[in-house]
Design a protein around this ligand. Sequence first.
Ligand code: UDP
Ligand code: MG
Length: 326
Amino acid sequence: MTRSHSESDKTHVLQAPPVRPELSLVVPFYNEAEAVDVFFGKIMSVLENISCSFEIICINDGSTDDTLARLVGQKENILQIKIIDFSRNFGKDAAMTAGLDYASGKCVIPIDSDLQDPPELIIKMLDKWEQGFDVVLAKRTDRSEDSLFKRITAYLFYKICNLFSDIELPENVGDFRLLDRKVVDAIKQCPERKRFMKGLFAFAGFKTASVEYKRPAREVGTSKWNYWKLWNYAIDGLTSFSTFPLKIWTYIGGFITLASFAGGMWILIRTLLYGIDWPGYASLMTIMLFLGGTQMISLGLIGEYVGRIYMESKQRPIYIIKDIIE
Ligand code: UDP
Ligand code: MG
């Protein structure tokens, strides 16, 4: 692997250049004790066959099981492992942020520890990187492992996000992708606390290629996601990169005002012509409840944004590190 980078390749006359690995893998672990040994078995069989230097940044995202002990055990044999131990669970996006902060490679690949991201793909990604691409996406060709409900909701999420936001989220692409150093540095410039990583990756842009794969089911352990978490993740995604949900209420409100004005005129004319003979309870109730409902939805949406502004304004750290084992 010889892709050159002017900044990183600068040699100093007196001082030897810092040894920077070509490839950094960023691997988040949250209660993955069963997965650790299998993961390193597979990943090392791939990394042994690539010709570049590498490091493996493992983030222990507040696991309550044996994950940390197993990572330390693996580190005895694999010197390239670096462990970042969080003080508690901060979530996968925070774990990846820490990984990108501490990765020093010329390119970085975030990869799940449950082997749902096939390590063999790393070689194909590196090939594309060598050809000059800055981002190489791993695209799922089929989602047959997911339930029909999950597939439909994922489809709708991407469609809605891409319709309403300025960035284009690539469909069927997770966090598993290769990022050139330039891209990593660009993402590190984004200061927001709420890290919707898929959006930040897309926001960065750069010359992008993709490689395709079939996503396998989890080998061991269980997914950390449930539908409530996914729903909140979707809201995060939409609100992080679009203000359309806020603005749409101007138009809905405008439409309702115009319609009610027309309705009012009609009632006035009718009353003038035929007198008052119109029992209005049912229609009044319906209209009032409808308006009450839409007002609450719009208030709730404003609340979503205000809540995010509040959280951002606190400027709390994205993650807290208990220990770094190098
Ligand atoms: N993960 C994490 N923190 C969390 C949840 C998950 O670091 O709070 C890690 C997890 O250990 C795994 C990856 O993120 O390596 C993907 O998690 P999972 O397999 O549960 O997600 P899915 O593949 O179902 O989207
Ligand atoms: Mg998984």
